[in-house]
Write a protein that binds this ligand. Structure first.
Ligand code: NAD
Ligand code: IPM
Ligand code: MN
Length: 376
């Protein structure tokens, strides 16, 4: 074997996270062997077990260590034993923000023999790319509840592009209690993700892209988004159409292959990408990547799926295709293609029973992984 070596941080996480990461990791290793490189995994135990055992969510020493690695591979975090938000914000979002991973790339692609709930109209299958902004919007983490009707919300935030400080103060009449959550959009934050979308559209040979927006109801934040995004797209020679996200969802369930590249603010991108995952065959086939100029992270778009954890019903294909995105990112394009082609061949050749449970077959997580591994 030649000398190419990569160090990849690995956080399998909770519930089905470790089940799918196990299969995907073996496949990445095999593809590496075939193409002359090796991966050394740096494993981190963070997630619900570690948290309940130690009280620690994500030690900063570990994050500092990861900074010099080639990539980060993550399964999913979240567990019914832990209050929602603690692990999701404390691990996943923390990593996205810390490493300024400003693009959340979510390809919605259909694969051979994967049953689609709605038949595409124009094309053979689905091939849409969601380019989701990944550091701002309602994900800033700025907000709070009132006390005796009063709110004093700390606006401090640190991002790769800027720091924010200040306070929002106000009160309801009559001591009414309530909660606030602040959405934030910055001009450079919008420009960099739209620029990424433009380059992706060009690489696909497309002259236009679509922005998921909602400036009719939320003109301050999404009107600003539209203005900046249109200007940025124009500079790249790409046409941009803003579509209200509610209508976009409506159009998508009727014509799932309507869009090429969709650029979206953080929260709309989250929602639209799960919708597209459903339309392209399931969360178990939907890969994702958090891309930035420093350490990038690779995670399937699905969560930890506690409802099927331990049953073998978790489809590892999403994690395997996410692994292909990782290989592509570190420069191992041929190895990435090997992985994606192996998934395709497996799906084309498998007997009905040998397909993942998610696609109507009987193959459990480990057998799906083994079948793809055999092909490589
Ligand atoms: P989910 O994505 O975990 O599950 C939604 C549905 O899809 C479930 O019915 C699940 O069984 C199914 N599903 C998901 N992945 C699958 C796979 N690989 N194969 C077959 N079926 C699959 O979303 P949820 O139920 O909202 O969240 C569960 C937990 O995961 C929560 O704690 C949530 O916060 C967390 N979460 C984590 C991430 C992440 O770490 N990246 C992403 C989303 C949700
Ligand atoms: C995702 C997830 C996360 C998000 C949650 C778990 C914080 O849904 O990766 O899509 O909303 O980004
Ligand atoms: Mn999501």
């Amino acid at each position: 074997m030649s000398g190419r070596k990569y160090t990849v941080a690995r956080i399998p996480g909770d519930c089905i996270g470790p089940e799918v990461i196990r299969e995907a990791s073996a496949i990445l290793e095999a593809s590496g062997e075939k193409h002359g490189f090796s991966i050394s995994w740096a494993d981190y135990p963070f997630g619900a077990d570690y948290y309940t055992r130690t009280g620690e969510i994500l030690p900063s020493a570990a994050v500092d260590e990861m900074a010099s690695m080639d990539a980060l591979f993550l399964g999913a975090v979240g567990d019914p034993r832990v209050k929602p938000g603690i692990l999701e914000r404390g691990i996943l979002l923390h990593l996205r923000f810390h490493f300024d991973q400003y693009v959340n790339l979510r390809p919605a692609k259909s694969y051979p023999r994967v049953p689609l709930p709605v038949r595409p109209k124009k094309r053979e299958g689905l091939d849409t790319l969601v380019v989701r902004e990944n550091t701002e919007d309602f994900y800033m983490g700025i907000g709070g509840t009132t006390e005796k009707g009063r709110a004093a919300i700390d606006m401090s935030a640190v991002r790769g592009l800027y720091t924010m400080k200040g306070k929002l103060e106000g009160e309801f009449s009559g001591g009414v209690e309530g909660a606030f959550q602040l959405g934030v959009a910055s001009e450079p934050g919008i420009r960099r993700v739209v620029a990424y979308g433009c380059r992706a559209a060009k690489a696909r040979g497309e002259k236009t892209m679509t922005l998921a927006s909602k400036s009719n109801a939320l003109p301050q934040i999404y009107g600003f988004w539209e203005e900046v995004a249109r200007d940025e797209a124009e500079q790249h020679g790409i046409g941009l159409t803003a579509v209200n996200v509610d209508a976009m969802c409506y159009h998508l369930v009727r014509t799932p292959d309507l869009y090429g590249v969709i650029v979206a603010p953080n929260m709309f991108g989250d929602i639209v990408s799960d919708l597209l995952a459903g339309l392209s065959g399931g969360l178990g086939v939907s890969a994702g990547a958090d891309i930035g100029d420093r350490l990038s992270m690779f995670e399937p778009i699905h969560g930890s799926a506690p409802d099927i954890a331990g049953t073998g019903k978790a489809n590892p294909i999403a994690a395997i295709l996410t692994g292909a995105l990782l290989l592509d990112h570190i420069g191992e394009k041929d190895a990435a293609a090997t992985v994606e082609n192996a998934v395709r061949s497996y799906l084309e050749e498998a007997k009905q029973k040998e397909l993942p449970v998610e696609f109507g077959g009987e193959a459990l997580t480990g057998s799906v992984g083994q079948a793809v591994l055999q092909i490589i």
